[in-house]
Design a protein around this ligand. Structure first.
Ligand code: KG4
Ligand code: ZN
Length: 346
């Protein structure tokens, strides 16, 4: 990194954030950690929809096709030249290896050509940092419920980038369970928003699906049994020649998932005494989760923070936000930065 230009002052820091870990090619330019100058996302949802989920090989090819135009659009909208940037932040894991590699290679090329530092960003940290875009003065310690398609974590944040994972899923992630149930119900991909939509017309008390709480005091999660309960209910009805009400199934399953997420989060609040809670990841866009947790925390003198829905799912702004804090800590990546598909938070 010796040839990269690093500013002496931290005024007007402009970071280009790049995200390609799964099926969104995204780039954003962020000034001073909170001023979003551009925010561009090219989604592959319509391409993967016909397969019922993300096809990794197709995802990486699509990133290759769209990377350059997404980054150029982000720069044009920000009205900046590459020379105006202070660093390039890129997601290097966790995620699909082929998809990550497109972003990492592209970010390296831009950073090297512009003579600015490269910052490697953990995708999970980026989801958490989406909160700081809208709540930049959030105080520590706080708890984070990180719920995405690949992860379900309860995390204690003692400070910026100072994490302790208190609990995690032992099998499916919450988003993964929603996606699988949605597919079985014929609701399409991605499942979370479709389940939410179908649930709006359903009765959440129609089916009593199990709520897996595991051992007393445990902050871990398990969604695979809950998902199987829906599939078993559906199969049993089909064998009897009965058809079940899809909105009722969607509403009851969404309620079961939200109940577990809320109960475990409140348990973490009780165990740690920390009452500030952040929601992060794609499932954080879920309305029922947001309203239930907001209400429950308020009753306990706590407070829930969350990003707007478009910053909950994968985007470049959250990567730029994480990159901004890494920039302030002068935590730069070497030119040998590689994709790490199984990267952990701690
Ligand atoms: O964070 P994300 O965009 O990608 C990963 O890092 O995995 O999360 C995607 C997940 C998918 O499982 C999707 O179904 C879920 O977030 N999701 C939702 C909602 N919007 C997206 N789940 C429930 N309700 C939503 N509104
Ligand atoms: Zn994500």
């Amino acid at each position: 990194m010796s040839d990269a230009k690093i500013k002496c002052s931290d005024a007007h820091i402009c970071i280009l954030g790049i995200e390609t870990s799964c099926d969104e090619t995204a780039a954003a330019v962020l000034r001073n950690g909170r001023e979003l100058l551009s925010h561009v996302i090219s989604s592959q949802i319509t391409i993967h929809q016909k397969y019922g989920g993300v096809v990794p090989e197709i995802a990486s090819r699509e990133h290759l096709l769209h990377f350059q135009q997404v980054v150029e659009k982000a720069m044009t909208e920000a009205k900046l030249d590459y020379g105006d940037l202070d660093a390039i932040a890129v997601t290097y894991g966790p995620g699909l290896v082929g998809s990550l590699l497109v972003g990492v290679a592209g970010a390296k090329a831009i950073a090297y050509a512009a003579g600015v530092p490269l910052i490697g960003v953990n995708h999970l940290e980026a989801h958490i940092c989406a909160n700081f875009l809208v709540h930049p003065h959030l105080a520590f310690p706080c708890l984070a419920l990180l719920v995405s398609g690949g992860h379900t974590h309860l995390i204690l944040l003692r400070g910026q980038a100072d994490y302790e994972v208190l609990g995690r899923t032992r099998d499916d992630a919450a988003g993964e369970a929603l996606d699988k149930v949605a597919r079985t119900l014929g609701l399409g991909y991605p499942g979370g928003p479709q389940v939410q939509k179908a649930a709006a017309a359903g009765n959440a008390a129609a089916f009593d699906f199990p709520r897996a709480m595991l051992e007393p005091g445990s902050l871990d999660f398990s969604f695979s049994g809950m998902k199987s309960a829906v599939l078993n209910t559906l199969n049993t009805a089909r064998m009897k020649g009965l058809s079940l009400c899809v909105p009722d199934l969607a509403a009851s399953f969404q309620q079961a998932v939200v109940d577990v997420l809320v109960r475990k989060t409140l348990l973490a609040v009780e165990q740690t005494g920390v009452k500030r809670v952040l929601l992060a990841g794609g499932v954080a866009a879920n309305e029922l989760l947001r309203t239930t947790l907001t209400r429950e925390l308020k009753e306990r003198d706590g407070r829930l923070f969350f990003p707007p829905p478009q910053l909950c799912t994968d985007n470049g702004a959250m990567v730029a936000s994480a990159g901004y804090y890494r920039y302030l800590a002068r935590d730069f990546a070497p030119w040998t930065l590689n994709a790490v598909p199984g990267l952990n938070l701690t």
